[in-house]
Write a protein that binds this ligand. Structure first.
Ligand code: ADP
Length: 170
């Protein structure tokens, strides 16, 4: 008999910070695969990150702990190399709107060409389909109420970080 195969999927992103939209995708991945590896990008995003890599990993770990089959790792470099190192053959991405589609399609073709890894797309939960970490940070930094869009412990971390920033620039 063949050895049973552990079916793993990776959910990559910058998670600065993790939102309920990300969490919805990770939760759905955790019901479909034996193991989910959340790959948190080390590199700073275009506008710089609000949270350090260690802080982002810690937040993702804390809000996914209950799933039981989710592991969180930093990623630096090509996603296909990360997949090869971790024995992963599938990437899961959430599609929020048509605007996500073009870039995602391009990336999925390139990743497939580089290593044969498959990309699976899941439709974003309509409750969060307008949500991105950058919009969340923008609204929160201007004083908007973002409760319900991120887990409570992320909301506290966000409030604290924005208060620190305000104190620094005062
Ligand atoms: P980040 O906002 O952390 O930079 P990315 O844009 O790198 O996130 O996306 C990481 C993954 O999470 C992508 O597959 C993206 O489509 C998905 N994603 C981000 N926000 C949402 C959301 N609100 N609903 C569903 N999927 C989302």
């Amino acid at each position: 008999m063949d050895e049973p195969v552990t079916r793993r999927v990776v959910c990559p992103g910058s998670f600065d910070p993790i939102t309920n939209g990300h969490l919805d995708i990770i939760g759905r991945a955790s019901t479909l695969f034996d193991e989910v590896v959340v790959a948190v990008g080390v590199n700073a995003g275009k506008s710089g990150n609000l949270f350090s890599i260690d802080e982002r990993i810690d937040l993702v770990q804390r809000v996914t702990a209950d799933y039981g089959n989710v592991r969180v790792e930093p990623i630096d470099g090509l996603l296909v190399d990360f997949c090869a190192r971790h024995g992963i053959r599938a990437i899961m991405r959430g599609l929020r709107a048509v605007s996500d589609y073009e870039y995602e399609l391009q990336m999925s073709h390139m990743n497939h060409r580089l290593s044969g890894v498959e990309t699976l797309f899941v439709a974003a939960n309509p409750l969060y389909s307008y949500l991105s970490s950058s919009l969340l940070k923008e609204v929160a930094s201007l004083g908007g109420d973002v409760a319900g869009l991120v887990p409570d412990l992320v909301l506290s971390a966000l409030d604290e970080r924005l208060a620190e920033r305000r104190a620094k620039s005062a």
